[in-house]
Design a protein around this ligand. Structure first.
Ligand code: ADP
Ligand code: ZN
Length: 365
C-alpha cells in the first residue's frame, strides 16, 4: 500500500499537499524542509496522543534540521478554550518562536483545532502543519482550514480560517484509536459519499464491512476519497459562503442532538441520526423518494451507526436548532438529498421541522 498524495488548490497562490499512508510520520519532516525556512518547530498535542506519537514526530523534525519543541494539553474537549490557547501563546513566546516559526498540530480535532487557532493568531499567524490521528480529523477537520475554541455559550464560537501548509495522515496511528472514535469518522465518510455522488456511495456500499473491520487498505481508500471530495468543496468555497454548505448534511439536527444530550452522544452518532432525519424531512420538503431514506439507513447500519434509541424533546431540539450559528435570518436551512450526489440547501418551513421533530421524538419513546 503506497502513500497517496493529494493537492488542495485554494487559489493561484495558495495550495498544499496532503499525504495519506502508512509510516508517513517518519518521513514527513524532511519533505517539510522544502516548504518552510523555519528554524523552530513546536508540536502541539494532547496527553493521550503525545505519549504514543510525539517522539517519532520530534525525531523527524530534529533530523530534518528543526529545533523541535512540544507543548501538551490535557486530552478532551475542555482544552479547546481561550484559556488553554492563551497558555499556549505565552509558552510559544517563552520558547522564542518567531514569525517564521512552525506549529505542528498532532492529534484529533481538539489538538488540530487548537493548534490551528494558535498558529493563526500568534504573531498574526505562523505556518502550521496538521497531523491528524483520528479518522474524523483525517477525513474532515484537518482540511478546510477551520480552527476554533469553544465558549460557554457553544462550541467553536470563536475561530479563524487558517489553511495548513501540509497535512499528513499516518494510518498507523489509527491502530491505537479507540473503537468508538472510529464511528465519528465513519459518519463523516458516509456523509461525504452521499453528498459526493453515486461513485463514492457505491464504493462505500461495497466496502462497508471492510471499513468496519478497520481494514487498512480500505480505510486509506476511504480517507483519500473523502479528502478528495472535501478538498474540492473547500477549494470552491474557502470561507463558507455557499457550496460548502453541503458539508453540513445531517449537521443541523446533529448539533442540536449533541447539545441536548450534554455531548454524551458523539458527533458521529449524532450526524448519522441527523442524516436519517434529513432523509425523512426531504420526503415532505423536496419530494425525495422514501426508498432513499431506507437505503441510507441500511448503509449507516452496516457501518455500525445504528439509530439512537434515546428520546429527546422535540421542543428542546427545535430551540437548539434556532440557536445554531448557521441559522441565517431566522430561517432553518437544511441540506437535503434525494439521491447520492443530488442535494440542495433549502429553507424549510419551521412548522414542518417541528412536525418531523415530534414524529422523531415519538418514534423513540
Ligand atoms: P476528534 O475531534 O477528531 O474526534 P479528539 O481530539 O476529540 O478528536 O480525540 C478523541 C480522543 O481520542 C481523545 O481522547 C484523543 O486524545 C484520542 N486520540 C486521538 N488520536 C488517537 C490515537 N491515534 N490513538 C489513541 N487515542 C487517540
Ligand atoms: Zn461533522
Amino acid at each position: 500500500m503506497s502513500t497517496q498524495r493529494l493537492k488542495v488548490i485554494l487559489n493561484a497562490d495558495s495550495d498544499y499537499d496532503i499525504r495519506v499512508g502508512v509510516g508517513v510520520l517518519d518521513t514527513f519532516a524532511s519533505r517539510l524542509r522544502d516548504e518552510t525556512d523555519a528554524e523552530k518547530a513546536v508540536v502541539i498535542t494532547d496527553s493521550n496522543v503525545g505519549p504514543l506519537y510525539l517522539e517519532r514526530v520530534r525525531e523527524g523534525l530534529t533530523q530534518a534540521g528543526f529545533e523541535a519543541f512540544d507543548l501538551t494539553v490535557p486530552a478532551g474537549e475542555e482544552s479547546k478554550s481561550i484559556a488553554v490557547a492563551s497558555e499556549l501563546w505565552e509558552a510559544l513566546a517563552l520558547l522564542g518562536l518567531g514569525r517564521d516559526g512552525l506549529i505542528v498540530g498532532l492529534g484529533g480535532g481538539v489538538a488540530g483545532d487548537l493548534a490551528g487557532f494558535v498558529a493563526s493568531t500568534y504573531m498574526r499567524g505562523v505556518d502550521c502543519v496538521q497531523v491528524p490521528t483520528t479518522l474524523l480529523a483525517m477525513v474532515d477537520s484537518s482540511i478546510g482550514g477551520k480552527t476554533g475554541v469553544n465558549l460557554v455559550a457553544g462550541k467553536n464560537l470563536v475561530g479563524t480560517f487558517k489553511q495548513p501548509i501540509h497535512v499528513l495522515a499516518d494510518l498507523e496511528t489509527l491502530r491505537t484509536l479507540p473503537t468508538e472514535e472510529w464511528d465519528n469518522g465513519f459518519a463523516e465518510i458516509a456523509k461525504s459519499a452521499l453528498i459526493d455522488g453515486p461513485e463514492f456511495y457505491q464504493w462505500l456500499e461495497g466496502n462497508a464491512e471492510a471499513l468496519l473491520a478497520h481494514d487498512e487498505e480500505i480505510t486509506q481508500q476511504a480517507i483519500v476519497r473523502a479528502l478528495t471530495f472535501k478538498a474540492r468543496v473547500v477549494a470552491s468555497d474557502v470561507t463558507e459562503k455557499g457550496q460548502r454548505e453541503c458539508l453540513n448534511y445531517g449537521h443541523t439536527f446533529a448539533h442540536a442532538l449533541e447539545a441536548a444530550s450534554g455531548f454524551r452522544i458523539s458527533h458521529g452518532r449524532a450526524v448519522a441520526e441527523g442524516m436519517r432525519f434529513a432523509a425523512r424531512l426531504a420526503v415532505e420538503a423536496v419530494g425525495a423518494p422514501a426508498a432513499f431514506a431506507d437505503a441510507q439507513d441500511a448503509l449507516l447500519n452496516r457501518l455500525g451507526l445504528q439509530p439512537i434509541t434515546e428520546a429527546f424533546s422535540a421542543d428542546e431540539l427545535y430551540g437548539r436548532m434556532f440557536s445554531d450559528k448557521k441559522v441565517r435570518k431566522g430561517a432553518l436551512r437544511f441540506v437535503l438529498a434525494q439521491a447520492p450526489g443530488q442535494w440542495e440547501s433549502v429553507a424549510v418551513d419551521p412548522d414542518l421541522v417541528k412536525i418531523y421533530l415530534i414524529l422523531w421524538e415519538q418514534a423513540k419513546m
